[in-house]
Design a protein around this ligand. Structure first.
Ligand code: ZN
Length: 426
């Protein structure tokens, strides 16, 4: 592809230009907005950013020209925590929760993650790929151009590898970029209920080396919670993962204060995720170790809970914060980062500027992609989304609306839901 892409007349070009590192504290509120902005990309890479009057003359005559028509243009969302490959849905549990049952009660009666594991094991790689393709379309359609994608619904060597191969195929065969994470330590499977040590050994001795040998994951994650994998179990799995070259992520302090945050700090994890129960000492440990806090308020919201992660205390303490959907069939079945931004503003008191930073450049930092993704700057990949509103604050404000109308991945238009009249291609 040699064609240039020119976008002009953004009411607000939300660039997030700035240092290629985690934005913290007041930096999270600096979006580097250009009014009547324009972007020029060549071969999928951004080559000029500025006012329309400056950038437009630099474009080749045969550039694909998109007039933003006074809408907001910003980087594609980087959703740094998803579980998108699974079979079966759990609307039955959703209904049971509406009737008063808790997530834990449903899990204890055989529902929850284990019910998704049974159905995912029974599904073929092709079936999972077809389901994943539909979900990749949802994510792109809501303005997300990159996701971190976890395994964890297989829990056998073969089924975990099957899921990771589906993630790789989705990355290769759809426009969505997926960064793979191995999450074999997601739950103790039914057949290991009374021999959990054997399952931990299976993860450490068989799954991790196979995943590493086949190059199927960049990160390793563990569900660290006292009734699933304790801090000690998690340390053993993640230490082995580090030896094998994986980056580290951690589901930490979601349902109780169990020490996951200090473990993430101790191991130099890329991220500690959830953190609804983290305390001030945990926040400080994460900050000092440079671990990014990935907050997942969609799960709290969807489970009908009220204890959100202390985002304000984190930002005020200078801890880097990212936001993600936690897209999964149980606790957070939404692909919409826009919905997550709304929940973060109203329930965690993050400002609209902070949630945009958390959903773009800080997510990219947690995945080691900050030099390539997460902002609109010369030299970066052209992952750009046009939202049909005139002020970026309307993205969380009009909640439940999908504002994303044009989605561009690596300089290619992959979604365009506007009518013909608004597409100014020449
Ligand atoms: Zn998760």
């Amino acid at each position: 592809m040699n064609r240039e892409l020119l976008i002009t007349h953004a009411s607000q070009l939300v660039t997030l230009a700035g240092p290629a590192r985690t934005r913290v504290g007041a930096e999270m509120r600096e979006l580097a907005i250009i009014k009547d902005g324009a972007v020029l990309a060549r071969d999928g890479v951004i080559v000029a950013v500025g006012a329309t009057s400056e950038v437009e003359p630099q474009a080749a005559v045969d550039a694909l020209h998109l007039d933003a028509g006074s809408s907001v243009v910003m980087p594609g969302f980087v959703d740094a925590h998803t579980h998108p490959v699974f079979a079966g849905t759990r609307e039955d549990e959703y209904e049971m929760r509406a009737a008063g049952m808790t997530y834990q009660q449903i899990a204890a009666s055989g529902g929850g993650i284990r019910s998704t594991v049974r159905r995912t094991r029974a599904a073929s790689e092709d079936e999972l790929f077809e389901l994943g393709k539909i979900r990749a379309g949802w994510l792109l359609g809501h303005g997300t151009t990159t996701v971190e994608a976890k395994s964890g619904y297989g829990l056998t060597v073969d089924d975990e590898l099957k899921i990771l191969r589906v993630i790789r195929r989705l990355n290769d065969e759809t426009a969505l970029e997926l960064i793979p994470t191995f999450l074999g330590a997601h739950e103790i499977p039914d057949e290991y209920r009374n021999k959990r040590e054997d399952y931990i050994r299976l993860v450490i001795d068989e799954m991790l080396p196979r995943v590493a040998a086949e190059g199927l994951a960049r990160y390793c994650d563990v569900f660290c919670e006292s009734h699933v994998f304790t801090v000690n179990d998690s340390r053993r799995v993640l230490t082995r993962a580090k030896e094998l070259g994986f980056g580290i992520r951690l589901h930490a302090e979601q349902l109780s204060l169990s020490g996951g945050a200090s473990l993430a700090a101790e191991l130099g994890a890329a991220s500690a995720d959830h953190l609804e129960w983290v305390d001030q000492a945990g926040i400080e440990a994460l900050r000092q170790a440079g671990v990014i806090a990935i907050l997942l308020p969609g799960a709290v919201f969807n489970l009908g809970l009220t204890r959100y992660a202390p985002a304000r205390a984190m930002i005020d303490a200078g801890l880097g914060v990212a936001l993600a959907t936690d897209f999964n069939p149980g606790s957070s079945p939404t692909p919409s980062m826009q919905m997550i931004l709304s929940i973060a503003c109203t329930q965690m008191r993050m400002t609209p500027a902070e949630v945009i930073t958390a959903a773009t450049i800080n997510g990219a930092c947690s995945l080691g992609c900050e030099a390539r993704l997460g902002s609109i700057e010369s030299g970066k990949q052209a992952d750009i989304v046009m939202h049909d509103c005139s002020d970026y604050r309307q993205i969380p404000y009009f909640f439940g609306v999908n504002h994303a109308v044009v989605v561009i991945k690596s300089g290619e238009v992959v979604v365009d839901t506007r009518g013909d009249a608004s597409t100014a291609s020449r």
